[in-house]
Design a binder for this molecule. Structure first.
Ligand SMILES: [Zn+2]
Length: 323
């Protein structure tokens, strides 16, 4: 019996205008015993670097000798946004699709992001499960998003182990806004559509490595490996809240400075119509908007970046769901 093996391969994703090859590193962990394949990636939104750090520590902690099956890990799925510490790519590099997480499964002959995605999609289609690591704003409850009604994806989300799970309706079950914003092009949605259970952990914070966030990610990934029987051991039973990820979040109607309602914090249950803060004109002091939630539920994100422009998201509220 062998001990399993790790290889790291430099893969060309696409070609830049100057002719420089855009490359990234793909890690493959092959167990001594046969088993399923898990594909995990981080930083398709390049400022979301906690997922990248999660994969470095997963690399240190994965007990290769106990692995049955294969894990494929891509710590920097999108070097373009990673280098810019950004969410999207400037139009000089992709004038058609600035957000990589709207174009899966990609197109090998399409725009730059479509080519990146198409190259990585080759690994995705060989997998039995997909984890796409993201991180959100500083003031957000860590959670895992899965496709509503997809039991295998829900199982992965539960195994990952955050206290909050968000079920998102897709396709015909999704509201107009979901289609308008191109959410069918998310990796998680495209993979589920291809019959591969998939989850999007949203760990809190970006741009900074936060120890507790990274630990949540590493233990979550190892638990996902156990749930898939890539690793031995049981996944602990947890008491998790499940909510519906409704779109139509609370957004700014006017540009100005946003002051959240004092005392309001993520994790609070809030009622329909409850004020979540005020947008002020910083020069005249006029209150331009009393922002209120249209629906009651669980406040899971609240912006602390005060300078807002019309359309910016101020808060996110999830509607508690039955198990
Ligand atoms: Zn993201």
């Amino acid at each position: 019996m062998t001990d399993g093996a790790h290889t790291a391969e430099r893969v060309t994703l696409a070609r830049l205008p100057s002719g420089v090859a855009l490359t990234t590193t793909v890690h493959t962990y092959r167990g001594a015993e046969p088993g399923p394949t898990l594909y995990v990636q981080a930083a398709q939104h390049g400022r979301e670097i906690n997922g990248t750090e999660v994969l470095r520590r997963f690399h240190e902690r994965l007990p290769l000798e106990s692995l049955s099956g294969t894990v494929i890990a891509v710590p920097v799925a999108n070097p373009l946004t990673f280098d810019r510490v950004s969410y999207t790519t400037p139009e000089q590099l992709d004038s058609v699709h600035p957000n990589m997480n709207r174009i899966w499964p990609g197109d090998a002959e399409g725009s730059l992001h479509q080519r990146l995605a198409a190259r990585l999609w080759e690994y995705v289609t060989a997998a039995d499960a997909v984890v796409d690591l993201h991180t959100g704003s500083p003031d957000m409850l860590p959670h895992v998003v899965y496709r509503e009604g997809d039991e295998r994806s829900r199982g992965l989300a539960a195994a990952f182990g955050t206290d909050l799970l968000l079920a998102e309706g897709a396709g015909e079950d999704a509201p107009d806004e979901w289609h308008r914003r191109g959410f069918e092009g998310k990796l998680r949605v495209a993979a589920a559509e291809a019959g591969i259970p998939s989850i999007t952990p949203e760990l809190a914070h970006n741009k900074q490595i936060l120890e507790d966030v990274v630990e949540t990610g590493v233990t979550g990934l190892l638990a996902v490996c156990r749930s898939l029987e890539l690793l031995p051991g049981a996944v602990p039973e947890r008491d998790q809240r499940i909510a519906r990820n409704h779109l139509g979040q609370v957004s700014a109607d006017a540009a100005g400075l946003f002051r959240p309602t004092p005392g309001l914090a993520v994790g609070d249950e809030i009622a329909e119509g409850e004020p979540i803060g005020t947008v002020y004109d910083p020069t005249t002091y006029d209150a331009l908007q009393e922002a209120r939630t249209e629906r009651g539920g669980l406040l899971y994100a609240l912006t602390r970046e005060a300078t807002v422009t019309a359309g910016d998201q101020l808060a996110s509220v999830a509607i508690p769901a039955e198990r």
